[in-house]
Design a protein. Structure first.
Length: 335
């Protein structure tokens, strides 16, 4: 029953997302297509981070590094006149996989605050490297002149990027839903709860986490690939530490470890940001306390609404019979 409800919620969510381009065209508002394409791209990156954060408990503060690598895979090849989408995609995947293996092999030797700080350090190293590369525009960034051309499909407009991001996000959601309950997903979750016991059962915690980290990095790189085509621009600002922080906030808002949590979180975060920007130039003063408030409301944040609505029924089901007052006791009647 729970799986059926979860599937129904996922279907409803993606049907609503699929309707946005048609609604935007009907309203003659192309801005909405561009904006929600950005939402889907960041939701994809947040889903990738949720793979290691929500299941493995690995708080990576450097995942923006992979967004930047995906962007510069497009921008770098375009700079040299290569607009072949398949080649750009292959380079993005290969570079993100290689960097993820190296960074993960170093970071996973530690845990907790050490893991956070080392991932942040690697991300900042890449940031300052791209700032120093004047060949690719340095701090000013790099304009992308030609969109990625896949032959039968060209990412030349925001609507093309929207549908590409929509398909990838749908596949990622289905994958995450199956991955969470798969043997590998179970081992990854167990490695977060009790790594010693996982090792005792013969599973390698290090290789399990490294595989998950590498997979997460590759998927985040795909989000960067789409972002570069959406903005026609590659910039070191995509690698900045605050972008990694925003991805974590999106996951926290939507619900850590939930299948659709990063999607809801990205939607809520970016819509709220856009609305507040329209109201005041000091929108961060309002955004910050709101995020803190949401974080204090519960572990799975927006899930607290559902919990509040169902709390009385759930409490009645869980309450042991010995603690349920009978009608006889309430009236004072003796047994």
């Amino acid at each position: 029953m729970l799986k059926l409800k979860s599937a129904s919620w996922i279907i409803a969510l993606f049907l609503a997302l699929a309707a946005i381009p048609f609604l935007a065209n009907a309203l003659s508002e192309p801005f909405y297509i561009t904006f929600f394409a950005r939402v889907l791209v960041y939701a994809l990156a947040a889903c990738a981070l949720n793979l290691i954060l929500g299941l493995g408990g690995l708080v990576s503060f450097g995942h923006a590094m992979f967004i930047g690598l995906g962007c510069y895979a497009v921008g770098g090849l375009d700079h040299y006149g290569v607009a072949n989408g398949w080649l750009q995609l292959l380079v993005a995947i290969a570079v993100c996989a290689g960097v993820a293996v190296v960074v993960g092999a170093v970071c996973l030797r530690t845990s907790g605050i050490g893991f956070i700080m080392i991932t942040l350090a690697f991300s900042q190293m890449l940031y300052f490297l791209m700032v120093s590369l004047t060949e690719f525009g340095g701090d000013d960034g790099l304009n992308i002149l030609e969109p990625s051309d896949f032959g039968f499909f060209i990412l030349s407009d925001s609507i093309d990027v929207y549908w590409a991001a929509f398909v990838l996000l749908l596949l990622m959601t289905i994958f995450f839903r199956q991955f969470r309950e798969s043997p590998f997903g179970m081992v990854l979750r167990a490695a977060h709860i009790n790594p010693r016991r996982v090792d005792a059962f013969g599973y390698s915690v290090f290789w399990t986490q490294l595989t998950a980290y590498t997979l997460s990095g590759i998927i985040t790189g795909l989000a960067g690939f789409l972002l570069a085509n959406l903005t026609a621009f590659a910039s070191p600002s995509y690698i900045a530490w605050h972008v990694s922080g925003e991805l974590i906030v999106m996951i926290v808002i939507g619900g850590i470890g939930l299948v659709t949590g990063p999607i809801i979180g990205a939607l809520a975060f970016l819509v709220l940001e856009e609305v507040l920007k329209g109201w005041t130039t000091h929108w961060m003063l309002v955004m910050g306390p709101l995020i803190v408030l949401i974080a204090l409301l519960g572990r799975n944040q927006f899930a607290w609404l559902k919990a509040c609505l169902h709390r009385p029924a759930a409490a009645a089901v869980r309450m042991p019979a010995a603690y349920v007052p009978s009608a006889r006791a309430s009236t004072g009647e003796q047994p």
